[in-house]
Design a protein around this ligand. Structure first.
Ligand code: PBG
Length: 324
């Protein structure tokens, strides 16, 4: 016995090639989903001050942005629409010539292999900013389901490969699945925002699409940040209702949840590194307090390690340029 350690974990950390040889988690550009904001009233591009580097895009600029992302190795985008008009019943959400429907047709025309995912939710389309229909000050569940199902069908009809319900109404995945099947879209995938917390980290997103609720908040439908057993129930229900991929959102503050859902359910998982998470990194980087790109890469890798197959991030292009 020499008194020195036999086991030296540093042996495998000595060089870059050794580290790569034993690395447990990989991040590839094809693991990334790039969220994009498409606006009906936008002539070109406009900056979103609380999300440096992210812009609201016209349909034409959206197609240009998606083409650049595709060139860099990104294979999937997630679309959010900003309509010209909002009303009590979110009519613009289901219009065949709505901004998202138009954008999907445009993208599938110019980049047929790009996986186009659409956010299915009413908050960008309602005058009150809630994710469902409101009756006497309450967000009503069941009447909202029909509208969400119609919205999903209109996205699928435009050519969306994946629809992603983010409203957190009970039973929406089942409602969307049957409506899609009835309309002949059995092959349209459902990526459910199964585990979505009522989070303070969505602030910049709500600036971007002007969707902050005009009264009250979303705690009556989004999850309480203290709960994880409830996350397992939400996830199990969505799988039963026909979800193909599940999402946990936000990402970094909820890696434990992601890990537990992945282990318990085993479906492909996505995690959304949301606007507030992105904004924090950008703000610190702008002040020179952290290396923004390195922090973004580390965040995305950590999200993968915790159990996400797919990472939804506004930094997708920045990351893709550093990956393969
Ligand atoms: C719509 C929706 C929101 C986000 C994604 N879909 C906002 C919300 O629930 O208020 C947030 C995404 C982000 O913060 O990047 N319901």
């Amino acid at each position: 016995m020499s008194g020195f350690p036999n086991v030296r974990l540093r042996r495998l950390r000595r060089t870059g090639v050794l580290r790569e040889l034993v690395r447990e988690t990989e991040l590839r550009s094809s693991d990334l989903i790039y969220p994009l904001f498409v606006s009906e009233t936008e002539a070109g591009r406009s900056a979103i001050p609380s999300m440096p580097g992210v812009e609201r895009l016209s349909v034409a600029e959206l197609a240009r942005e998606a083409a650049l992302a595709w060139e860099e190795g990104i294979r999937a985008v997630l679309l959010f629409g900003i309509p010209a008009e909002r009303d009590e019943t979110a009519s613009a959400a289901v219009a065949a010539d709505g901004v998202v429907q138009t954008a999907v047709r445009e993208l599938k025309g110019s980049l047929p292999d790009l996986v186009v995912i659409t956010d299915v939710c009413l908050c960008e389309y309602t005058s009150h900013g809630h994710c469902g229909l409101v009756h006497e000050g309450e967000v009503v569940n069941d009447p909202t389901l029909e509208l969400l199902a119609a919205q999903a069908v209109s996205h699928a009809a435009a050519g969306a490969d994946i629809v992603a319900p983010s409203d957190m109404m009970d039973g929406r995945v089942g409602a969307v699945r049957s409506a899609l099947d009835e309309a002949g879209f059995e092959a349209t995938v459902i990526l459910s925002y199964a585990v979505k917390y009522a989070s303070a980290f969505y602030g910049p997103f709500r600036d971007a699409v002007d969707s902050a609720p005009r009264f009250g908040d979303r705690r009556g439908y989004q999850m309480d940040p203290g709960n994880v057993l409830e996350a397992l129930r939400e996830a199990a229900l969505d799988v039963e209702e026909g979800a193909d991929i599940l999402m946990v959102k936000p990402a970094l503050p909820y890696l434990d949840v992601l890990c537990r859902v992945k282990e318990a359910i085993g479906t492909p998982m996505a995690a959304y590194h949301v606007s507030g998470e992105y904004a924090m990194l950008q703000a610190a980087a702008e002040r020179g307090w952290i290396d923004g790109d390195a922090a973004m890469l580390e965040a995305a890798l950590a999200i993968r390690r915790a159990g996400a197959d797919l990472v939804i991030t506004y930094g997708a292009r920045t990351l893709a340029r550093r990956l393969v």
